[in-house]
Design a binder for this molecule. Structure first.
Ligand SMILES: Nc1ncnc2c1ncn2[C@@H]1O[C@H](COP(=O)(O)OP(=O)(O)OP(=O)(O)O)[C@@H](O)[C@H]1O
Length: 298
C-alpha cells in the first residue's frame, strides 16, 4: 500500500505490487519501485521483459491489472489534463512521421504546454537544425527518433519517459543525445529511459533497474551492479605462455606478480567485468529460476 504523500513533494514515481496480465501472460508480475525526483533511471531487460508495459502504465496509456502507481504524486489513470503537461513521453514507435515539417511539429507540440522550451533551441538540442524545414515523413529513421525526443522534451516536462530513445541513432547522434540528457539532469528533470544499450545506461543512469519476466531482478547504481561480479580478470605472458586468472582480490595478485617479475610484465592486462557481463549473468539466473518450477512439475 502506498502511504499518502504531498503530490508536490512526493517521489517522481511510486509503484507498489504492480501486475499486468494479458490473458495467462503475467507481463508485469509484482513490481515495487520508487524513483526520486531528479534521478535518471534506466530500465533494462530482454525483449518481452515488461519494460514498455510498465512505462505505458506509468504514462497513463495502459491500464494495470492490479497494484498501485503514482507519477508526480497522482495516479496516471485518474490524473487531470494538467498532469499530462508535466510529463514528457516518447513512445517506442515513432509518432512523428507526419506531413508537417520538423519545426512545425515541435511548434505545435510547444503550443500545448504552459511554459515550453524555445522551438529552435529544442531542434538544436536534438541535432535537427539543418532539417527544421524538412517534412517529418522525409526524415531518416534516426532523425525521426530525434524528432520524437524533441516532442517529448519541448514542454519542459518535470518527468520524461524515453522508450528506447536512441534506437537507430548513429554513434555521433547518441553522444549528442547523452549530452542532452546530462543537461536535462542538470535542470532537475527526472528521466526514465528504457534501453538495450548497456553502455548508455552505464553512462547516463543514476540507478538501473533490471527487469526479467515482469519482475525486478536487480536495482542498483551502475557501479554497484558492476561490483556484483567480484572477479577481475588478470592476464599476462609468462615463459612464452599466456596466463589468465580470475580473482576477487586483483591488487593482491598484482603485488605477487610484481614481486615475482621485477622487470616489465609482458602483456599485463587487468580487466574488470563490464555491465554487460553482469547483466547477462543476472538475466541468465532469472531465466533459470523462471524455468525451475516448470522443470520440477514436468
Ligand atoms: N497488448 C498486448 N497483448 C498481449 N500481450 C502483450 C501486449 N503487449 C505486450 N504483450 C506481451 O507482454 C510481454 C511484455 O511486453 P513489453 O512490450 O512490455 O516488453 P519489453 O520489455 O518492452 O520488450 P522489448 O524490449 O522487446 O521492447 C511480451 O511477452 C509481450 O508479447
Amino acid at each position: 500500500m502506498l502511504v499518502r504523500l504531498d503530490p508536490m513533494t512526493a517521489p517522481a514515481i511510486r509503484i507498489a505490487g504492480l501486475h499486468k496480465h494479458y490473458g495467462d501472460l503475467h507481463a508485469v508480475d509484482g513490481l515495487d519501485l520508487e524513483i526520486p525526483r531528479g534521478e535518471v533511471f534506466a530500465l533494462l531487460g530482454p525483449n518481452g521483459a515488461g519494460k514498455s508495459t510498465t512505462v505505458e502504465i506509468l504514462e497513463g496509456f495502459r491500464k494495470r491489472t492490479s497494484g498501485e502507481v503514482e507519477v508526480l504524486g497522482l495516479d496516471p489513470q485518474r490524473a487531470p489534463k494538467s498532469w499530462r503537461t508535466r510529463v514528457g513521453v516518447m513512445l517506442q514507435t515513432t509518432s512523428s512521421a507526419t506531413a508537417l515539417t520538423a519545426r512545425e511539429s515541435v511548434s505545435y507540440a510547444a503550443s500545448l504546454y504552459p511554459d515550453p522550451r524555445d522551438v529552435d533551441e529544442t531542434l538544436e538540442a536534438v541535432g535537427l537544425t539543418e532539417k527544421a524545414n524538412a517534412k517529418a515523413a522525409t526524415l531518416s529513421g534516426g532523425q525521426q527518433r530525434r524528432l520524437d525526443v524533441a516532442l517529448a522534451i519541448v514542454g519542459r516536462p518535470e518527468l520524461v519517459f524515453l522508450d528506447e530513445p536512441t534506437t537507430g541513432f548513429d554513434p555521433e547522434a547518441r553522444r549528442h543525445f547523452w549530452t542532452l540528457i546530462e543537461a536535462m539532469r542538470g535542470d532537475g528533470t527526472t528521466i526514465v529511459l528504457t534501453t538495450h544499450y548497456l553502455d548508455e545506461a552505464d553512462r547516463l543512469a543514476d540507478r538501473i533497474g533490471i527487469i526479467a519476466n515482469g519482475r525486478l531482478v536487480a536495482l542498483d547504481t551502475p557501479v554497484g551492479l558492476r561490483r556484483r561480479a567480484a572477479a577481475a580478470r588478470i592476464s599476462w605472458v609468462e615463459d612464452g605462455e599466456e596466463r589468465v586468472e580470475e580473482t576477487g582480490a586483483p591488487t593482491a595478485l598484482l603485488r605477487e606478480l610484481l614481486a615475482r617479475h621485477p622487470g616489465e610484465i609482458e602483456g599485463l592486462q587487468v580487466v574488470h567485468p563490464s555491465l554487460e557481463e553482469v547483466y547477462l549473468q543476472l538475466i541468465d539466473d532469472a531465466s533459470h529460476e523462471a524455468r525451475a518450477p516448470e522443470e520440477a512439475t514436468s
